[in-house]
Design a protein around this ligand. Structure first.
Ligand SMILES: NC(=O)c1ccc[n+]([C@@H]2O[C@H](COP(=O)([O-])OP(=O)(O)OC[C@H]3O[C@@H](n4cnc5c(N)ncnc54)[C@H](O)[C@@H]3O)[C@@H](O)[C@H]2O)c1
Length: 352
């Protein structure tokens, strides 16, 4: 067992989906003081393995059935993207708060349905848009809010992933839902308004072999424009950024964010190259911002995100850093981008 997971204390958490990221979530929620009361996954072998790692006896292949036996203050959803909406609705209707990995849902209709159910049951929903929680983004938002760049005009956001990831799991949903959703959300967190229009293009040269090569242009109600670019084409030869980390996924994330205002600009590397390692394992540029291990525990943005979510779900914190409404705006924009990719035309996200 990697976290404390003391059976006598802490809010009870059930994790739905115990693949790579669900396993890491179990560790980080336990390290934050939660009690991991149950695990759910249709893959029985995986369930048994992760149950042993975290010493969780109550496991099942169906969330609704397990929630009939185990009380969960919070359900943490880290399953395949297509199952998020249904699992969130199940958890909320049985009285649990929800932490759900990105994307919240694969349609705006489902996203708003989740928001309605949360409100009806007076439950919290926090969406795992982890990039909001990095040190750099926290500082950049604070600088923008204090007027350091003057009136905000434009955002440029780029995020590239390893080609190997696309080949192994990147095509289970449109990559817009996997990589672009991070940057759509960051754009919303800076612009603070809804997206009124999008235009998007996918590389015809890459074709079906790599439908992840996408550029989208977003226009916000405030007039701010944002470019969101994503390509899962980082080659095997690139320095790894995650290879030695606590997530069981080797490869690289390379990204940049720029905030442009009338009086200034802020620029950030998503994964800093401040530390470069040349060892027998090859060249690595280890990520120190998303989920680095610090003093035997997981730190960085993931720890901050989980602690924030725990505080929101236990009534000790306000849901101000990741409002559910803004996550719904992000799903509206992602859905419109996919429609623009399909039609080749500008699309105005559907609003309700
Ligand atoms: N925030 C981040 O930086 C970040 C990083 C990695 C993954 N993620 C997100 O975490 C989620 C999981 O990703 P992953 O890489 O761990 O995937 P994964 O394929 O390793 O694991 C997904 C698990 O969910 C299980 N599952 C499928 N349907 C289910 C259901 N109905 N109920 C319960 N379990 C179910 C699968 O059997 C599998 O074990 C995805 O939404 C992904 O986008 C986010």
């Amino acid at each position: 067992m990697t976290g404390p997971n003391d059976p006598s204390t802490g809010p009870s958490v059930v994790i739905a989906g115990v693949g790579r990221f669900g396993d890491l979530h179990a560790r980080v929620w336990a390290e934050a003081g939660a009690r991991i009361a149950g695990l759910v996954d249709p893959d029985a072998d995986r369930l048994a393995e992760v149950g042993r790692t975290h010493r969780v006896a109550r496991t099942g292949t169906d969330l609704a059935a397990l929630l009939g036996q185990v009380r969960a203050d919070i359900v943490v959803i880290a399953s395949d993207e297509a199952s998020h909406a249904e699992l969130a609705m199940t958890a909320l209707t049985t009285g649990s708060h929800v932490f759900v990995e990105k994307p919240l849902a694969l349609s705006a209709a489902d996203a708003w349905r989740i928001a309605d159910i949360a409100q009806a049951h007076q439950r919290q929903v926090v969406v795992g848009h982890i990039s909001r929680f990095t040190d750099q983004m926290t500082r950049m938002r604070a600088r923008v809010e204090r007027g350091a760049v003057g009136r905000l005009c434009a955002l440029r956001l780029r995020r590239d992933f390893s080609r190997a990831w696309f080949l192994s799991f990147g095509d289970r949903v449109d990559p817009v839902w996997e990589s672009c959703v991070h940057d759509i959300d960051l754009a919303i967190s800076f612009a603070g308004t809804r997206v009124r229009r999008v235009m998007a293009m996918r590389s015809g040269a890459a074709g079906d072999a790599a439908p992840s090569v996408v550029t989208a242009l977003l226009e916000f109600d405030s007039g701010v424009i944002a470019t969101v670019e994503s390509a899962w084409l980082v080659p095997f030869s690139a320095p790894g950024t995650l290879d030695d980390g606590p997530l069981d996924l080797d490869g690289a994330i390379v990204g940049e964010a720029e905030v442009l205002g009338l009086d200034g600009m802020l620029k950030q590397r998503l994964v800093s190259d401040a530390l470069v390692e040349w060892t027998k394992a090859g060249v690595q540029v280890p990520d120190l911002s998303l989920w680095p291990e610090e003093d035997g525990a997981v730190g960085g943005a993931l720890r901050r995100e989980v602690r924030y979510s725990l505080a929101v779900c236990t009534g000790r914190g306000r849901p101000d850093l990741m409002p559910l409404e803004q996550a719904c705006w992000g799903v509206e924009a992602a859905e419109a981008i996919i429609e623009s990719l399909r039609t080749g035309a500008p699309v105005e996200p559907a609003r309700r």
